[in-house]
Ligand binder design. Structure first.
Ligand code: GLU
Length: 279
């Protein structure tokens, strides 16, 4: 069993991250496995070395340990580009120059996870890709290639639940995802995350339920690329209505501030409602 905590070093860790990280390590302990730390720093404009160092400091202070070296996504760009080339060669990618404004003006509807791309650039081929274009995955072409879609197992609800992924949901509620971002050329989370989960041989993805709705993209890419599909454990967020006690804490306050004010790791666990016994 291998799981991972995969923060983006774009700001200080707060109590929500502490809840997620402690849950990852608790699940690893419960299932007799290993928890890895992965730095998801593909957003080059927002990622900072100081935030990365803060992640190491905060997690170590919480008493967590992880194998080294830590995988950093900015070190893997060539590999992600190779994966993009594979998808492009199979006719599954297209270049897109649309701005958010143009997407709205084209009548995009709000889907489950934001705007559903209306397909303005879908007719374009990689041969006419321009500098600065985004690259999008053509879901209809993917579905034609895959046939029946893989399902995934969700463990975060007490009993394992098998989730079938419906083509209608993908097309109608999510839409063609960006795998390489416009202008910056940054690799998108939708590609880097399942790539790394596969290459780090992650068996269990433990993360917040806010990412549940994007899991179908990741499972689709796993199917397309012949990668294993891990089991998923989406935990509740401490921002949920999970009790008055939790509602009273300042969720946006940096963990390091609580530390500076003299809080102990046990205090943090108590604040976010995690049992000490599972430390
Ligand atoms: N890097 C993502 C975040 O900080 C987490 C990705 C994941 O766990 O799949 O929200």
């Amino acid at each position: 069993m291998r799981t991972r905590f995969a923060p983006s070093p774009t700001g200080p860790l707060h109590l929500g991250h502490a809840f997620s990280a402690l849950t990852v390590w608790d699940v690893a302990k419960k299932l007799g496995g290993t928890a890895l730390l992965r730095i998801e720093d593909t957003d080059r404009a927002r990622a900072r070395p100081a935030f990365e160092q803060g992640i190491f400091n905060d997690l170590a202070w919480l008493g967590l340990q992880w194998p080294t070296p830590v995988r950093r996504q900015s070190d893997q760009i060539a590999d992600y580009e190779t994966a993009l080339t594979t998808l492009a060669t199979r006719g599954l990618l297209y270049p897109c120059s649309c701005s958010r404004r143009e997407i709205l003006d084209a009548g995009a509807i709000a889907g489950a996870e934001g705007l559903v791309y209306p397909g303005t650039c879908r007719h374009r081929t990689m041969a006419d890709a321009q500098q600065g274009d985004a690259l999008r995955l053509n879901l209809a072409a993917c579905l034609a290639e895959t046939g029946a879609l893989r399902s995934f197992t969700e463990l975060g609800r007490g009993q394992p639940v098998i989730h079938e992924i419906s083509p209608d949901w993908l097309l109608g509620q999510l839409g063609d995802p960006v795998l390489k971002r416009k202008d910056s050329g940054d690799i998108a989370y939708h590609l880097a995350c399942p790539y790394d989960d596969a290459h780090q041989e992650i068996t269990h993805v433990v993360r917040g339920v806010d990412l549940w709705g994007l899991t179908p993209y990741q499972v689709l890419l796993q199917q397309l690329m012949g990668w294993n599909t891990p089991q998923y454990w989406h935990h509740e967020l401490i921002t949920d209505a999970s009790g008055k006690r939790l509602a009273k804490i300042d969720k946006s306050k940096a963990l390091s501030k609580y530390r500076a004010e003299g809080a102990s790791p046990a205090d943090i666990r108590a604040m976010i409602g995690l049992p000490i016994s599972s430390c």
